[in-house]
Design a protein around this ligand. Structure first.
Ligand code: PRP
Ligand code: URA
Length: 217
């Protein structure tokens, strides 16, 4: 795992664990079909969540094992919210909620206009108490960063104060855009690729995440 940050910007954590790298390579493979792609995206999201949630607070609680009473760590502190950027972020949030079943789940609908590459907002439904929760925003792809920047803006306007962005693939352009607009938001990702092609796709990337998850094209 490598973490880095420029002065005045938030942290970027690249979770380059061998299991994650292997699963990501399978996702990149053009021969990987919808079923396997979905499964891999879910597994990888849970592995990323393990790292993204490393700093969750715990507090001792008195419990009885079959042998004796003792204090044991349990999650404490702020409650959690997972916010999926639709469509592709849904697969990540659905997987992560298995790890944190009490988390509330929000949805922000955005699609990237293929001509301008700018995000177009079409939906937003967030937990009412979002300001009191630690928010994990999920989107597998951080390309130009337009979608993530807009989603985080929506979250802040709704009152969110503690936000972490989780992506499977990122590029320096997207990371820079998020840092510039939201320097308080840490990013957790599986890999940072080379850059973007003329159509705004990540190179070498894995293609269109939403199309590969849902079998649309
Ligand atoms: C993809 C992806 C991100 C966005 C990334 O979504 O899931 O949300 O593009 O690109 P950006 O960083 O340049 O904004 P898309 O617009 O294809 O929508 P979809 O998830 O509904 O397929
Ligand atoms: N959105 C995707 O789904 N893939 C990319 O490579 C860039 C944006």
């Amino acid at each position: 795992m490598t973490s880095s940050s420029l002065p005045g910007t938030a942290k970027v954590t690249v979770v380059d664990h061998p299991l994650i790298l292997h699963k990501l390579s399978l996702m990149r493979d053009v021969r990987t079909g919808v079923k396997e792609f979905r499964e891999l995206a879910g597994e990888l999201s849970m592995l990323l969540a393990y790292e993204a949630m490393r700093d969750l607070e715990t507090a001792p609680e008195r419990l009885s094992t079959p042998i004796q009473d003792d204090d044991f760590p349990m999650l404490s502190g702020k409650k959690l919210a997972l916010v999926a950027i639709l469509r592709a972020g849904l697969i990540m949030a659905d997987a992560m909620v298995r790890l944190v079943p009490a988390a509330k789940v929000g949805h922000i609908g955005l699609y990237r206009d293929p001509a301008t590459l700018k995000p177009v907002a079409y939906y937003s439904k967030l937990p009412q108490d979002i300001s009191e929760r630690r928010v994990f925003v999920t989107d597998p792809m951080l390309a130009t960063g337009g979608s993530a920047v807009a989603a985080i803006q929506t979250l802040k306007e709704a009152g969110a104060q503690s936000i972490k962005l989780m992506t499977i693939l990122s590029v320096p352009e997207g990371i820079a855009a998020v840092h510039a607009a939201h320097p308080d938001v840490d990013i957790v990702t599986a890999a940072i690729d080379t850059g973007l092609n003329d159509h705004g796709y990540i190179v070498p990337g894995l293609g269109d995440a939403g199309d590969r998850i849902y079998g649309t094209k």
